[in-house]
Design a protein around this ligand. Structure first.
Ligand SMILES: Nc1ncnc2c1ncn2[C@@H]1O[C@H](COP(=O)(O)OP(=O)(O)O)[C@@H](O)[C@H]1O
Ligand SMILES: CC(=O)N[C@@H](CCC(=O)OP(=O)(O)O)C(=O)O
Length: 262
């Protein structure tokens, strides 16, 4: 099987133009087939605030009413995605920027209303991602750049967390490729003490996840990120890493961030 890297880049790095430039250079230099998945939650929150639309997050997920859906579509599918593609083209990477609606690459289902109405948030299942369509793009020599916007097949766009998209895409592609999933963000990986840059946890086993949550070592956005990461490990992805965007070149020596293990 050929190797494939599915790389997710988080909102704090995207928001810093120097860091983003360096990350895109490092991404371009990665050998083999690759897919980039991006968030941009921070920028969507800032634009929303400037338009008088305050962000409401529950368990790391954005409550997406119709106004918020307009903002996130403009920010993720437009501003961020197209800028990233233009910068990748400038660096010699033949990127193609897409939402889940393009080529029906990712079909989601609107999250059912229970105690909380998340609005236009899309959940994914095993059949959501068209690995065939993504494979066609890779075979054409393109590098897909996917944003956090999906659709329901009935004409409705939906907002889906980018970490979840990265995990689902990696799982879907793992039938055809020896797939690695790499989450890049602003910290060196999962830290034992978030204030101490020398406290990187090099490996986490699935069985250790609950304990880390209960001890309060992992909190906030790291909890759903680890959940998505372990889902990928359980479902056929060869290797999953979480680490600092600046250190992406270390992935070559498998010396990048925190490695997750079954
Ligand atoms: N133990 C930990 N190590 C690293 N980050 C942690 C930890 N616990 C909580 N976090 C938080 O998790 C956040 C990452 O999740 P998130 O904001 O969803 O990332 P992204 O930028 O990829 O979207 C970090 O910004 C950090 O504040
Ligand atoms: C439903 C939901 O929460 N969607 C996310 C999608 C963007 C994202 O995941 O951005 P980061 O990776 O930068 O956090 C949101 O709107 O914040």
């Amino acid at each position: 099987m050929n190797k494939l890297s599915v790389i997710k880049i988080g909102g704090n790095v995207i928001d810093n133009s120097e860091k983003l430039h360096q990350f895109l250079l490092d991404f371009t230099a990665l050998p083999g087939d690759k897919i980039l998945i991006h968030g941009g939650g921070k920028i969507a929150t800032e634009l929303g605030t400037s338009l008088g639309i305050e962000a409401k997050m529950v368990d790391g997920r954005r409550i997406t009413d119709i106004e918020t859906l307009r903002v996130v579509t403009m920010v993720y599918a437009g501003l961020i995605n197209k800028n990233m593609v233009a910068q990748l083209q400038n660096k010699g990477c033949n990127a193609i920027g897409l939402t889940g609606a393009d080529g029906n690459i990712i079909k989601a289902a609107k999250r059912p209303v229970k105690e909380i109405d998340y609005g236009f948030v899309g959940d994914l299942n095993e059949t959501s991602v068209s690995s065939e369509m993504i494979n066609n793009l890779l075979k054409a020599g393109l590098v897909p750049v996917l944003c956090a916007i999906t659709h329901d097949g009935d004409g409705q766009l939906l907002n889906t967390n980018a970490d979840t998209i990265a995990s689902a895409v990696a799982v879907a592609m793992s039938d055809r490729y020896d797939t690695s999933l790499i989450y890049c963000f602003e910290k060196r990986g999962v830290m034992r003490d978030i204030e101490d840059d020398n406290s990187l946890v090099a490996e986490i086993k699935m069985a250790e996840f609950e304990g880390l949550k209960n001890e309060g070592v992992v909190s906030g956005g790291m909890i759903p990120k680890l959940h998505n990461a372990f889902e990928a490990i359980k479902s056929g992805v060869t290797a999953v890493y979480i680490g600092k965007a600046d250190e992406l070149p270390l992935i070559d020596q498998q010396n990048f961030g925190t490695r997750l293990i079954k």
